[in-house]
Design a protein. Sequence first.
Length: 351
Amino acid sequence: MKIIQFSLLITLFSFTMNGVAAVILQYHHVSDDSPASTSISPAQFEAHMQYLADNSFRVVPLSELMNSIKKQQAIPDKTVAITFDDAYLDILTQGKPILDKFNYPFTIFINPGIINQNSSQYLSWLQLKKMADDGVIIANHGFNHDSFARIPKNLTEAEWLDHLKTLLNQAEKIIEENTGQSWRYFAYPYGEYTPAIQRMLKEHDFIAFSQQSGAVGFGTDLTAVPRFPASKPYDNLTTLRDKLHALPFSMTLTDESTETIYPINSLESATFNVIVDDFNKSQLNCYVTGIGRQNIDWQTENSFMITFNAPLPSGRVRANCTAPSKSKPGRYYWYSKPWFILEAGDQWYPL
């Protein structure tokens, strides 16, 4: 059975509290007629945008936010970036008119191989070029929408990484040829990744975006930038409010704790080492997909262990740990760690 340890260094200096916190929202479809699990209705999407406007959130291009983090420049509080995955046509027909109403910038992560198929469900290159000319950021979601973490049985890890590198650069080149943009931003399909893939992306100067929750700040890992899913079932404004006001946990992870893929029944616990500051230990809560709230056993002043109260289910599993800020009443620090738990026989779960 696998026990892993996190070295989580929460950096809560004064500059962290005074404007190094932002949130990235992730959407897919804006439609009443698309799959519920990847959709938000136009009416609810407009309600999200109206909430941002009514509450003085600063919606910025993703590039502005990423540049601030890379250069360690202050980020004004209540900063938000809006992203879409998969380049569905309804982003243009139903989402963009709402965004234009509020004059909000946004980013679309696309798969050139899918765009090349000229499906009526997806944006065309002509539409994407016009949107790019209007200021929309067009970024890389992989050549096709294939998981980067799932190595074909006929390839070694090294061969797979070489293949991914080729496809990634090919996709970036095609995006640049068709839109005039090359940001070297990449969103993991299905949110699945491994430490080896993170290293490859860093070596090739890509910033990578994940699907685990959390705010972003100076300490954000630029190979796994968190985004809050905001489509169903996470589109409720009541719960979205807390996420929009979230504060980032700046952290480093030991080499061992960066692993993401585990056979079923092989991961039983996780240990976190933290600098306890600006929150009360008794108010730290951690929830894990499928098994709910976990007991937190503080080992030392700055170390706690979670022993999972049940076997982790197969699939995409996340631990979400939050704690209310003492100095910012009503706001929460938020950290999320993804695990990809295989089925029996080390088989991948269905996508």
